[in-house]
Design a protein around this ligand. Structure first.
Ligand SMILES: [Zn+2]
Length: 441
């Protein structure tokens, strides 16, 4: 008991900007930043604000983004607007902005918020001021050095990991989004200081990478791990893959910090997904990673049936707080209550789709991955180096003025910024049930 209790009571910091739900990718686009506000509102109404330390993140600046991205790419993102796209035709093509990654109003600020939350969380963890940091606006794993991809423009994950590397010799990155975590894998493909693990649907599916045999290169050989999966993955099978693999990675690699990308498009019924996970199967990953008691950054990612994204990240915030078993399955009344019709329950049921991940296939994958893990150096060491300065002064990040942990806060935070932009843009025929959707990623 004495052993497990401290782990159950880890301190959790949570980053949220009330403006984030106002950004809008455009009509018919499946990526809806509003899901972050729905999550926030739901977890507040569950009373979790009493246990969380809530921060409004600072906005990440150009010079921070260019620690990974190229100068010309970030300069382009900063300059382009819906009213000047005509001047940027060539660059839009070059940086893959236009279709899946459209130009939208205020997009650079949106990236600043998402990135700021992840870097602020990283700094907070580095200082030892929290055990877990959460930024559901982050987790945009497809963005490349000089290219937008899969609704992601700025890779907040890579930037947060770079910040954490100032304090940690070895970091474990785990990605449970249904899509391959290609941008993060690529950034750290040739180093042994970041071990990347991605569980994803593979085979005629975006982004097309993440083959079982792709395991890193050079010094990073065998420090990238890919578990390709097929349609219909359910809770039971996912746990059978996730736990043994991660247990081995932890034993062999011995990281000192964890970054977990919790993309919710791996849930059952996702608009773009094809897995069959419930909140319990998805949240199991958070619960299991938390059990190691290491500093952990929890990030969002994909998730396109937005009522389920809000359910999932609310539940996972509760897992981080170790109060998920106390959450009522009856949703509390909240600003988005009607979205949760017809049952108004927290938990979702799996459907009857066939699980195409049969035993023979899974065992072949497990065998190959275990073999790779056996060949890595146990806990590779890092040469002494001078620690670079923190990106931001953690003490400068302040709690939002409208208060935390009191009832006044609960009523106010979502009214800030109003949701007016969303209301103005939303014509009503663009809900998540819409058939006319952008290219499926
Ligand atoms: Zn995804």
């Amino acid at each position: 008991m004495a052993y497990t209790q401290p782990r159950g009571r880890q301190k959790v910091c949570y980053y949220y900007d009330s403006d984030v739900g106002n950004y809008y990718y455009g009509q018919g686009h499946p990526m809806k930043p509003q899901r972050i506000r729905m999550t926030h509102n739901l977890l507040l109404n569950y009373g979790m604000y009493r246990k969380l330390e809530i921060y409004r993140p600072y906005r990440a600046e150009y010079h921070e983004m260019t620690k990974f991205h190229s100068d010309e790419y970030i300069r382009f993102l900063k300059s382009i607007r819906p009213d000047n796209v005509a001047d940027y035709g060539k660059q839009m093509q070059r940086f893959n902005v236009g279709e899946d990654c459209p130009v939208f109003e205020g997009m650079y600020e949106f990236f600043q918020i998402a990135t700021g939350g992840s870097i602020a969380g990283a700094v907070k963890l580095n200082r030892g001021h929290t055990d877990i940091a959460i930024n559901w606006s982050g987790g945009l794993h497809h963005a490349k050095k000089s290219e937008a991809s899969g609704f992601c423009y700025v890779n907040d994950i890579v930037l947060a990991i770079l910040e954490m590397l100032k304090y940690h010799d070895r970091i474990l990155y785990i990605d449970i989004d249904i899509h391959h975590g290609d941008g993060v894998e690529e950034a750290f493909y040739t180093t042994d200081r970041v071990f990347t693990v991605s569980f994803h649907k593979y085979g005629e599916y975006f982004p097309g990478t993440g083959d079982l045999r792709d395991s890193g290169a050079g010094k990073g050989k065998n420090y990238s791990l890919n578990f390709p999966m097929r349609d219909g993955m359910d809770d039971f099978t996912y746990e059978r893959c996730f736990k043994p693999i991660i247990k081995k990675v932890m034993e062999h690699y011995r990281p000192s910090a964890i970054v977990l990308q919790c993309g919710a498009d791996s849930l059952t019924g996702d608009r773009l997904g094809c897995f069959n996970l419930t909140l319990k199967g998805h949240g199991m990953c958070v619960e299991y990673m938390k059990s190691f008691g290491l500093p952990m950054l929890l990030l969002g990612g994909g998730g396109y049936t937005i009522r389920n994204v809000a359910r999932c990240w609310t539940y996972e915030t509760a897992v981080a707080l170790h109060c998920h078993e106390d959450l009522s399955n009856e949703l509390p009344y909240n600003d988005y209550f009607e979205y949760f019709a017809p049952d108004f329950k927290l938990h979702i049921e799996k459907n009857n789709m066939t699980n195409q991940n049969d035993n023979v296939y899974l065992e072949r994958c497990m065998e190959k991955l275990t073999e790779n893990l056996r060949s890595i150096t146990h806990a590779p060491s890092v040469q002494m180096y001078e620690r670079p300065e923190d990106s931001i002064d953690a003490e400068q990040i302040t709690v939002p003025k409208n208060g935390v942990g009191d009832t006044q806060f609960k009523g106010n935070i979502d009214k800030l910024g109003g949701g007016q932009a969303y209301a103005d843009n939303n014509t009503g025929d663009d809900d998540e049930f819409s058939e006319a959707e952008a290219k499926v990623l």
